[in-house]
Design a protein around this ligand. Structure first.
Ligand code: MLT
Length: 266
């Protein structure tokens, strides 16, 4: 399904009955909503599940190719309005977690629970900004395939290349299909994002933080920092996982989410 917005259309899928409690999934960069296929199927029995493609990604329009996290939050809130969802639990991985943190800060009354996966609250360091500049240069010079290849090796835990070849291939294929203008525009948006660390203490909803034990991009220390600022939040470390823990160890990841939703009646 699609929602028409001023920049073009936002692609989304819903699963389950709208009468059930809702959960909304936001993918990482530069993936799309299909990264959540397994979780969407799993939760569809007891939840109204929403998964959508962030502007520029998947089947959503690229638009101008100029983005800010703030615009991605606008799109999320428009989608919730469109679906008549007053409140939802939001689950975001990495960039999805940046969007989720800003969304709960901006519109806390629209969210009943928060699941932050393989993400952080801090803004980019200077080194991270320079890395993004190099990635943009690489794409502009026609080496998108190298950008994807390099990133895949940082994303996954070494064991995933042996034990989860399908998961690695799936993510690689998604990344390769992402539009170059959207890649560049999103890299700039990520470099320009706000530091959310000081806002975390305002979060009053049940919060679960998940992180792969081998995540090199958003580390266990990043997860623990967020946990220390969000009162009542818990961290679950997903074993044998890098930055894409919902795919690298979906069994542990899914259990953690199911337990959290059940415990908090979300
Ligand atoms: C992601 O997976 O969304 C990205 O790694 C986020 C980032 O580059 O900061």
């Amino acid at each position: 399904m699609t929602l028409n917005l001023h920049f073009g259309s936002l692609a989304f899928t819903t699963y389950g009955s709208p009468e059930n409690p809702s959960i909304t999934f936001i993918h990482g960069f530069p993936f799309n909503r299909s990264m959540w296929d397994e979780q969407c199927e799993l939760l569809s029995k007891d939840h109204f599940v929403i998964a959508y493609d962030v502007r520029g990604h998947g089947e959503s329009s690229v638009g101008s190719g100029q983005y800010l996290i703030e615009m991605f939050v606008d799109d999320l809130l428009s989608l919730l309005d469109h679906l008549n969802v007053r409140k939802t639990t939001v689950c975001g991985l990495s960039m999805g977690g940046y969007i989720a943190q800003r969304a709960v800060d901006r519109a806390p009354d629209r969210f009943s629970g928060l699941i932050l996966c393989d993400t952080k609250s801090a803004a980019d360091t200077n080194a991270a900004k320079l890395n993004r500049a190099n990635q943009i240069k690489m794409i502009l010079e026609g080496s998108k395939a190298k950008f994807v290849d390099d990133m895949v090796h940082v994303l996954f835990a070494p064991v995933s290349f042996e034990k989860n070849k399908n998961g690695v291939e799936k993510i690689k294929k998604i990344m390769s299909s992402t539009d170059e203008r959207a890649l560049i525009g999103t890299l700039i948006a990520l470099a320009a994002r706000m530091d959310m660390t000081d806002s975390l203490s305002n979060i009053k909803m049940p919060t679960l933080i998940l992180v792969g034990d081998q995540d090199k991009l958003t580390t266990v220390a990043d997860a623990r920092l967020m946990q220390s600022r969000i009162s009542g939040s818990e961290v679950r470390i997903i074993r044998e996982s890098g930055h894409v823990s919902n795919i690298e160890n979906s069994a542990e990841f899914n259990n953690a989410i199911l337990e959290f939703l059940e415990k908090n009646r979300l």
